[in-house]
Design a protein around this ligand. Sequence first.
Ligand SMILES: Nc1nc2c(ncn2[C@@H]2O[C@H](COP(=O)(O)OP(=O)(O)OP(=O)(O)O)[C@@H](O)[C@H]2O)c(=O)[nH]1
Ligand SMILES: [Mg+2]
Length: 325
Amino acid sequence: MPTYSYNATRLIQGVLAGNRRDLARTITLFESRNLAHQEVASDVMRGLAPHAGGALRLGITGVPGVGKSTFIESFGIYLVDRGHRVAVLAVDPSSRLSRGSIMGDKTRMEGLSRRDEAFIRPSPSGGTLGGVAARTREAMVACEAAGFDVILVETVGVGQSETTVKGMVDFFLLLMLAGAGDELQGIKRGIMELADAVAITKSDGENRELAERARKSYENALSFFSRDRKVPVVTASALDGKGLDSLETILSDFYTEDKASGALEHRRKKQQIDWLWALVEEGLMERFKQAPKVVSLVDEMVAGVEKGEIFPGHAARKLLDRFSG
Ligand SMILES: Nc1nc2c(ncn2[C@@H]2O[C@H](COP(=O)(O)OP(=O)(O)OP(=O)(O)O)[C@@H](O)[C@H]2O)c(=O)[nH]1
Ligand SMILES: [Mg+2]
């Protein structure tokens, strides 16, 4: 099968001019595992990176069904109507082409996807969480270079992905449902600790009162966490647009404040360095597992540990010595 060939200079020019087709193509190029493509991809990345960084990067998480996609649709349109250019990306390591993954169906974002000022890209599929996240970071660079000033990153509130997404955004919004009984039930404390703001979704119709009660309860719970700044809790509805204005104010205040104080820049630099180390770790592990001199010893060490004849610490040291020796 002939592989599609890309022209780095053309793609860079197209993306910088805000051409959506070129943006989509660039992201596809970044996702390609073809070696020749990867070389062009690094050239394109080098050309785009100096033009990135100009967007507010907002991560959005919450359990399946909480209303993330519907919220992104409403909030995205709200922002576009106010003159923003909005790109929507996703990190969903479980996504398969065949399965209904987050944003697998763009149907919940039909209105937004029709807007010229919006760009929606589903999660890269397959691979490790690290791999999916790396592709999303690269897509983010491309979107920023194309002039999008708000990047929304949807991730599903299970597993490790929210920690990973937290590491690539400026602001992390947790969507929660109002439920009867203990409001904190079933919500992992760890996720609450990552949130920069919480929105109680589906605060419309009969649910309004319940949502308001939940809001107070979460606000109270969050006040016990020691945090640099207060974590606002709002009620929102994607159906009637309730709470979208408060969220926009919260976000723009945050962005202005952190930009002026240098906190934004500082956080992003730290994220870049964390990312560097994550890539080194991942690469090292890959090289380790593929190194012929290690491969020949691995089975022996694993068998030894399994039988209880070799202490794991000893086996690990032997393998590492062989690798670096
Ligand atoms: N009443 C009401 N229903 C909503 C609202 N937002 C979402 N829903 C409904 O909740 C259901 C789930 O919404 P989604 O946006 O698909 O939720 P999600 O969090 O993206 O779900 P996953 O992608 O499966 O993780 C849908 O039936 C929506 O119509 C809202 O603000 N009010
Ligand atoms: Mg969804």
